[in-house]
Design a binder for this molecule. Structure first.
Ligand SMILES: Cc1cc2nc3c(=O)[nH]c(=O)nc-3n(C[C@H](O)[C@H](O)[C@H](O)COP(=O)(O)OP(=O)(O)OC[C@H]3O[C@@H](n4cnc5c(N)ncnc54)[C@H](O)[C@@H]3O)c2cc1C
Length: 477
């Protein structure tokens, strides 16, 4: 490898000599790749087609020791650092131009202890990998709803999936984590070891260190799972969403549900006569016996006359990947921004429907997630995640294909988002946080009361803010 030019944390150019890189390569178990070399593209590629970032080096780690070497190298050379788990950061945080990407995607091992109902998973795994392994035992860790997302970024930011109202956020089910800190030390974080770090990892994002593996509590789920997916006409959107809200206000924790204004795609598996129809898609999962779930979810399949009903008992892993195709990696451009809503009042629903009618792109979806249940029974200060009292998470998930339509789509999201502010306290789910353009104030509003403690924790574990490509918390004493 020839000498390289890299970008430092302060944005300056710096030379990386061939000797320095060779020193890093020596003893490295994974792969170090520069531009054009094997593994370079695999280690830097992001899901969001908006970003094609080109680091000077990609460190594809195979072990915690590799991670420690890579972060030490980055610190000593003052390089800009991005940490990549599953690469699904919508904001594109997990790759950088000119710096170093510490890529964990080669680290995907899973170990299950079915007796203690614990799983240990390396931090480069996706939910597809973890779900497949846990389902061998009829167990699951609460994850997200798209199987291609990374376990790491999703868990560190919170994690909302189909088990959330029964078993809480993904981060609530983390029992411990192995972490490499910016000074290259390898620590365990749990309720008894480095408990401050453990607190921060449960919702505080990738601010405090690089997690190399997570230990999760597992729950009896599947292999058969009741999953409802019903398409209602958007013309009846207000009635459907208000009936859904009223049902969910009294629903048992086993039921987790979303409603999503959207448009039926040209999918041969869907009846041709409804292709292109504007709809509200209802989805729900039941965290309990599948037959019991079939009965419990029936009212959600009768909120109005459906255009199409795809509900049924199916393998849990199938339910977990049922919408994967709607959000393909790199084929589309994405900009997603969310808000926690204080309530889903009728005017709020009307505003949502009116804005959805104006979507510049028909593939854009607007998931409205019902929260509560186990999520809200964890105290705000028990984990870093922030306030959990809001019943609704609105996410405006714009996607489009034509780069020339970027401004129009982003402007539409921001306008919609502003119109929803009166129904919110301004906090959001940071994993759906736009491109981070709202800066510190948005991060502070979302962490709420926990922010100050997080800023002090950041100062303890990363005083130079080396890990800054994330929902960044600035170090404070
Ligand atoms: C298609 C899609 C579907 C989604 N569905 C859901 C959903 O159902 N529920 C939900 O809650 N969220 C969902 N999300 C949001 C998702 O939680 C975040 O995008 C998350 O960051 C993805 O994790 P990742 O490991 O793939 O991301 P990456 O892009 O690899 O990383 C995201 C952030 O975490 C940091 N990071 C990654 N790994 C580590 C590590 N090991 N140690 C320290 N920091 C690390 C990165 O530096 C970056 O800042 C979805 C996102 C997408 C794109």
């Amino acid at each position: 490898m020839a000498d390289l030019t890299a970008i430092t944390r302060s944005g300056d150019r710096t030379a990386l000599s061939n000797t320095a890189v060779r020193e890093l390569v020596r003893g490295f178990q994974g792969q170090i790749a520069g531009p054009g070399e094997d593994g370079y593209d695999e280690g830097r590629r992001l899901w969001n087609g908006m970003f094609d970032r080109r680091p000077s080096l990609v460190a594809r780690c195979a072990s915690a020791d590799d991670v420690a070497r890579a972060i030490t190298f980055a610190r000593e050379h003052e390089l800009l650092v991005a940490v990549r788990g599953g690469g699904h950061s919508v904001a594109g945080y997990s790759a950088c131009d000119g710096g170093i990407v510490i890529d964990l995607s080669l680290m995907q091992a899973v170990q299950i202890d079915a007796d203690t109902r614990l799983a240990r998973v390396q931090a480069g795994a996706t939910w597809a990998v973890l779900d497949r392994a846990t389902q061998q035992y009829g167990l699951a860790a609460p994850g997200g709803v798209v199987s291609t997302t990374g376990v790491a970024g999703l868990t560190l930011g919170g994690g909302y999936g189909w088990l959330r109202r029964k078993y809480g956020l993904s981060c609530d089910n983390m029992r411990s984590a192995e972490v490499v800190t910016v000074d290259g030390k390898q620590l365990t974080a749990s309720a008894t070891e480095n408990p401050d770090l453990f607190w921060g990892l449960r919702g505080g994002g990738g601010n405090f260190g690089i997690v190399t593996s997570f230990e999760f509590e597992l729950h009896p789920i599947g292999p058969q799972f009741m999953y409802a997916a019903v398409l209602y006409p958007l013309e009846q959107g207000v009635e459907v969403i208000s009936a859904w809200r009223d049902f969910m206000a009294h629903a048992p924790d086993e039921i987790t549900s979303d409603v999503t204004p959207w448009t039926v795609p040209q999918d041969p598996e869907l009846p041709e006569e409804i292709h292109g129809r504007d709809i509200v898609m209802l989805e729900a999962g039941y965290a309990g016996p599948a037959e019991e779930g079939e009965r419990a979810l029936q009212p959600l399949r009768e909120l109005a006359e459906p255009l199409f009903d795809m509900s049924g008992i199916m393998p849990y892993v199938e339910a977990q990947s049922s919408v994967d195709e709607l959000v393909p990696a790199r084929e589309k451009l994405y900009y997603w921004k969310s808000l926690n809503l204080n309530e889903l009042s009728d005017p709020a629903i009307e505003t949502i429907i009116a804005q959805c009618r104006k979507r510049p792109s028909k593939v854009t979806r607007v998931p409205i997630r019902y929260l509560g249940g186990a999520i809200s029974r964890v105290g705000t200060e028990e984990t870093a995640f922030g306030d959990r009292s809001k019943p609704i998470l609105l996410s405006i998930d714009a996607s489009w294909s034509d780069p020339e339509a970027t401004d129009e789509n982003i402007t539409w999201v921001r306008e919609f988002w502003k119109q929803m502010l009166p129904y919110s306290d301004g906090s959001a789910y940071l994993n759906f946080g736009g491109f981070g353009e709202d800066g510190d104030s948005f991060v502070q509003a979302s962490f709420g009361k926990n922010y100050q403690r997080l800023a002090e924790l950041k100062h303890k574990y990363d005083p130079q803010n080396i890990l800054r490509l994330n929902h960044n918390i600035r170090p404070e004493t």
